[in-house]
Design a protein around this ligand. Structure first.
Ligand code: DAH
Length: 360
C-alpha cells in the first residue's frame, strides 16, 4: 500500500496537471470516490488497532482535507481561466472607428427638399402636394394664362391625350408647381401658408435644362401681407439654406401672369478659381420668381379679394442644390450613375432639422 506521502505527491501533481473540469473530476473520483484510494485508506482505519489509528487517522484526515482544498482551488482557477480565454476570444476594441455599411444614399435633390421643408415649416408653412399629371385649367387658366396667353408658349409643355372623362380637355405634365397654389386654396381656403416641392416637366434638354426637374412653390395668403413679408421670408430661407449670415438678394422687376407686381430674385455670389461662393463677390445668380398673387388667381380659387392678398414664389430646387453643393452639370442629377450618387449623396440618417444644424 502506498504511503500517505506518496499519495499526497501523486494527487497534488495530478490536480495541478488537470486541464479541464472533467479531468479534475476524474482525479477526484480516483482519490475520494467510493472506491477512491484515499477513501479506501480511511475505511481501513476501522481495522487498525487503537494506537495505529491514533497515529494514522490525523494524517489521513489532513491529507483528505488538503486534497479536497486543492481540488476546490483548482476548480476555481479553471473557471477563471476559461473566462479569461473566452474574454480573450471575444475581445472587441470599442475605440476603433465604426465600419460603415452603405445602405444607399439620399439624392442631393431629396436632401435639398428635406432641408427646405425643415426651414419653411419653422416659419409656419405646411407641406402640400399636387398631381404631376395636371389639368390644363389648373396649370394655366387658373393661373391667369388663358388659352391665347403668350406665356403658355414659354412652357414647352408635354400634352397628354385626354381621356373620355376629361370632357375633351387636354391634360399636361405640370410645367411648374404653381397649380398647387390653386389646389391648396380651393381645398383648404384662406388664410393659408404652404410650400409644395415636386417634379415638373418641360420639353428642353441641355447642360442646364432637363425634361424633368424640381421646383418648390411657396404661397402665403392673409389679410395683411405685403412684398416686405415676401422679402423677409426669402432672405431668411436663403440664410438658413446656404448656412451663411451675409446673403444678399436682389429683387429685379419682372413679369409673371400669376403675380402682380412680379420679381425675379438673384443671389450675390463670386466665382473665384472656378469655385462658386454664395454671399460674397460681385456676381448675381437668379434663383427664383415671385410676386404678389394676382387677383385673377385668387378669384379662380374662390378667395375673397376685398379681404385677402398674399405672395407666392417658385424656386428651382435643382439649381439651389447645384449652388450649395458645387455640382456643375444638371444632367448628372438624373443619370443614376452609382459613383455620382456615392460622391454627392447623403447618409440616410443625416435628416435635416434646424435644431441639430441643417447639414451635420
Ligand atoms: N411658376 C414659375 C415658373 O415656373 C415660377 C414662379 C414665379 C412661381 C413667380 C411663383 C411666382 O409662384 O410667384 O417659372
Amino acid at each position: 500500500m502506498k504511503s500517505i506521502e506518496i499519495l499526497r505527491t501523486e494527487y497534488l501533481t495530478k490536480i495541478k496537471e488537470a486541464s479541464s473540469d472533467a479531468e479534475l473530476e476524474e482525479v477526484r473520483i480516483l482519490a475520494m470516490g467510493k472506491k477512491g484510494e484515499i477513501t479506501l485508506k480511511l475505511r481501513q482505519l476501522g481495522q487498525m488497532d487503537l494506537q495505529q489509528r491514533k497515529d494514522i487517522a490525523p494524517l489521513l484526515n489532513a491529507l483528505k482535507n488538503e486534497i479536497n482544498q486543492a481540488i476546490a482551488n483548482k476548480r476555481e482557477a479553471l473557471v477563471e481561466e476559461e473566462l479569461d480565454a473566452q474574454i480573450r476570444k471575444e475581445w472587441l476594441d470599442i475605440t476603433l472607428p465604426g465600419r460603415s455599411r452603405r445602405i444607399g444614399s439620399i439624392h442631393p435633390v431629396n436632401q435639398t427638399i428635406d432641408q427646405a421643408v425643415a426651414i419653411f415649416s419653422a416659419m409656419g408653412f405646411s407641406y402640400a402636394e399636387g398631381p404631376q399629371i395636371e389639368t390644363d385649367w389648373h396649370n394655366f387658366d387658373a393661373l391667369n394664362m388663358p388659352p391665347e396667353h403668350p406665356a403658355r408658349q414659354e412652357h414647352d409643355t408635354f400634352f397628354i391625350k385626354p381621356k373620355d372623362t376629361d370632357n375633351g380637355q387636354p391634360n399636361v405634365l405640370r410645367t411648374h408647381t404653381s397649380p398647387v397654389q390653386i389646389r391648396s386654396m380651393t381645398e383648404n381656403g384662406v388664410p393659408i401658408r404652404v410650400i409644395a416641392p415636386g417634379r415638373v416637366y418641360r420639353c428642353d434638354y441641355d447642360q442646364t435644362h432637363t425634361p424633368m426637374f424640381h421646383q418648390i412653390e411657396g404661397l402665403a395668403i392673409d389679410t395683411d401681407l405685403t412684398m416686405a413679408n415676401l422679402k423677409w421670408v426669402l432672405e431668411e430661407f436663403c440664410r438658413a439654406f446656404f448656412e451663411i449670415d451675409n446673403v444678399e438678394l436682389r429683387f429685379r422687376a419682372s413679369h409673371f401672369p400669376f403675380t402682380e407686381p412680379s420679381a425675379e430674385v438673384d443671389i450675390k455670389c463670386s466665382w473665384g478659381d472656378g469655385q462658386l461662393k454664395i454671399g460674397e463677390g460681385n456676381d448675381w445668380l437668379e434663383i427664383l420668381g415671385c410676386g404678389m398673387v394676382h387677383p385673377n388667381v385668387l378669384n379662380a380659387s374662390g378667395v375673397d379679394l376685398d379681404k385677402y392678398q398674399g405672395f407666392a414664389f417658385g424656386m428651382g430646387l435643382d439649381r439651389i442644390a447645384m449652388l450649395k453643393y458645387g455640382i456643375p452639370d444638371l444632367r448628372a442629377f438624373f443619370e443614376s450613375d452609382i459613383r455620382w450618387l456615392r460622391h454627392y449623396g447623403f447618409s440616410p440618417v443625416d435628416t435635416p432639422a434646424l435644431h441639430s444644424g441643417l447639414s451635420l
